[in-house]
Unconditional design. Structure first.
Lengths: 237, 179, 222
């Protein structure tokens, strides 16, 4: 049965992805190691901290088998500093520093598979899934925060400041696409996707005749766009 | 080229454009209500875009004259383009043409007009910014924004609906978390 | 490179095959949900994932009925994760089915052209679904209305009049991409745009310009 959803990701799907983020817990009960489909889970030995996927942390938390250690960026001090940046500067606050690139052509990891939300994550940058992760932790484990209300308030402020930037960004959109949006978050992409791609696609259609003429000219001049893909085995029509 | 089953493209092509016959054509008089007579050279008639285009592109055997010459539809007249340049947000596009931008794009396939591309693109952008605000503030669409919303063309309506729905989906997810 | 980087690099290479596959499956699922056209079927990945799911289901069936509370909780964890994987795989397959249903003839032609590629476009099951579904539709169209049309108007893949009846997706549609490895300067055909795409960047760009780099793993859709 074909999927009845439009292209793009729904908020529950984005949250589902975010639930694969690793978070740090303090177990209150032992749990033997498990061979899970997504990789081995090390044994949990209280009170030794452990990093496990968010979905499992939420499950353990609900059953009072563990407490969650919120990531350092999810604290009033860090969030206030980032909020200050977001209100003063036009661009999004810079995302966390990336780990070094694996050698050669091996698989490159990206969120939710980078440790952006464990207890030893960086304190001064919002990771890709900041809003979803923050909201879920605040709902499931408010008592694990020093000041859940303050954190909640700051998250709301950040969300508003950043959504306003996204909406005002129409001015820089153009028909060729090619808009850089570094630092944007997962739920923000989910919320702004239809609008931003709708404007870019609309502009492209208005300017289509000019583009076609230009493509024809370029072809006559023997120019072809740079297509130096690593893998040209694929069918690239 | 748009897709075969695209209803919006079909509706766009059904919009009328002013055409002037350059030659007298026997038997075509019915297009202007002259049931059995010829279509006289110099007659002006409003024809659906698809038909006007076909006649304009078909050249009379042996000569270089087209059967018909096309003009800009009223929706894309100088007056409208000037109003868009002045303040695009106050123009009621829907009453001009329900598929205003699609019509513009089709006309631009037939006439090379750099300036019209710029005017339409700028209009679309400045109106999109208002659409984004309205979509995130549903009450605005009812109050002072109501006139603006009524004047949206079909593409703009779709843009509004899509942004409104995604904003709502995020709000719903946030409320559901609390359950 | 400082010691942190060295340690991080070691840890990246020590990540289990299972976790790598989950990263790849998640990436493929998101890409399929977001891209305007269907992407090549990741056959090796899907074979490994489906095989693991099968074994995990057997394990759960074996262990249910075991009343020991400790084992019981382990089973809850395993089953919760199993359901997550089943969701991922299901949603991935259904997103592909939606595209196959929307543009069957276009996809059939692309699949035929990809038959000798490293990765054919469709899985054998998808190809079978597409051809049997098309056969059913064709006979249904024929018996309900097409046969009453003049012979010259019966085709469903006509291209006369400058417009093809074979519908295809808008390949220039804008998408959100994340740069995984430096790509360098990218030219958008038909425009003056030159984009300098660096690792970690997020861009909104038309799909047709990006698909080669998504296929090679230098970019991912988000």
């Amino acid at each position: 049965m074909a999927l009845p959803l439009p292209p793009g990701l729904t908020p529950p799907e984005i949250a589902f992805i975010c639930e694969m983020e690793l978070v740090t817990i303090i177990p209150r009960q032992r749990l033997e190691g498990l061979e899970l489909l997504g990789g081995p889970l090390k044994p949990l030995n209280p009170p030794q901290r452990a990093s496990i996927p968010l979905w499992l942390a939420l499950l353990l938390k609900r059953q009072r088998r563990a407490n969650i250690v919120p990531p350092p960026w999810l604290s009033p001090d860090s969030l206030s500093a980032i909020l200050k940046y977001e209100t003063e500067i036009d661009a999004f606050s810079p995302p966390p520093r990336l780990p070094p690139l694996p050698s050669g052509t091996s698989l490159v990891f990206s969120p939710p598979f980078l440790p952006g939300s464990t207890a030893d994550a960086t304190a001064d940058a919002l990771p890709y899934h900041w809003l979803e992760l923050g909201s879920m932790l605040l709902e499931a484990a408010p008592e694990d925060f020093d000041d859940a209300n303050e954190v909640r308030k700051l998250l709301r402020g950040l969300r508003e400041a950043r959504m306003a930037k996204l909406r005002q960004g129409v001015e820089v959109l153009d028909a060729g696409g090619g808009v850089k949006m570094n630092g944007v978050g997962g739920m923000e992409v989910g919320e702004a996707r239809t609008f931003i791609t709708g404007v870019v696609d609309g502009l492209r259609k208005i300017g289509k005749s000019r583009e076609e003429a230009r493509k024809e000219r370029d072809r006559e001049n023997g120019y072809s766009p740079s297509q130096d893909f690593d893998d040209d085995e694929m069918d690239m029509r | 080229m748009s897709s075969y089953y695209d209803v919006d493209a079909i509706l766009t092509d059904a919009q009328k454009v002013p055409c002037t016959f350059e030659l007298t054509v026997p038997g075509l008089g019915f297009l202007e209500g002259n049931m059995s007579g010829p279509m006289k050279s110099g007659s002006k008639v409003e024809l659906p875009l698809w038909l006007g285009e076909m006649l304009a592109l078909s050249q009379n055997m042996g000569t270089n004259t087209s059967l018909v010459s096309l003009d800009h539809p009223t929706a894309l007249s100088h007056r409208v383009l000037n109003a868009l340049k002045a303040d695009a947000r106050t123009v009621d596009l829907r009453s001009l043409a329900p598929h205003f931008y699609n019509l513009g794009a089709r006309i631009l396939e037939l006439f090379e007009e750099e300036e019209m591309i710029e005017i339409l693109s700028d209009a679309f952008k400045s109106r999109a910014a208002v659409i984004a605000d309205q979509a995130h503030n549903p009450r605005g669409a009812l109050g002072e924004g109501a006139d603006f919303m009524r004047g949206l063309d079909e593409n703009e309506r779709q843009l509004f609906r899509a942004s409104h729905d995604s904003a709502k989906a995020v709000r719903t997810w946030m409320t559901d978390l609390k359950k | 490179m400082d010691i942190d980087d060295l340690l991080a690099e070691v840890s990246v290479d020590s990540i289990s095959q299972e976790t790598r596959d989950l990263q790849e499956l998640t990436r493929s699922w998101v890409a399929e949900r977001v891209a305007p056209e269907i992407l090549p079927w990741p056959s090796d990945l899907m074979e490994r994932v489906l095989d693991r799911i099968r074994r995990q289901i057997e394990l759960v069936e074996d262990q249910t009925g075991n009343m020991d509370p400790k084992t019981n909780f382990k089973l809850i964890v395993i089953q919760t994760e199993l359901e997550r994987f089943k969701f991922l795989v299901r949603s991935f397959l259904r997103a592909r089915l939606k595209k196959i249903d929307a543009h069957p003839l276009h996809i059939l032609a692309r699949h035929a052209a990809s038959a000798t590629d490293l990765l054919p476009l469709l899985s054998p099951a998808e190809h079978q679904y597409l051809t049997s579904h098309q056969a059913l539709l064709t006979s249904h169209y024929a018996s309900s209305f097409l046969s009453q049309f003049p012979a010259s108007l019966q085709r469903m893949d006509d291209t006369t009049g400058g417009i093809s009846m074979v519908d295809k997706p808008d390949e220039d549609a804008a998408v959100f991409v994340r740069v995984l490895r430096d790509v360098g300067e990218v030219a958008v055909e038909g425009t003056d745009k030159r984009l300098e795409m660096k690792r970690g960047d997020v861009w909104v760009v038309r799909w047709s310009t990006m698909r080669g780099w998504v296929a090679s793993g230098d970019l991912e859709l988000i």
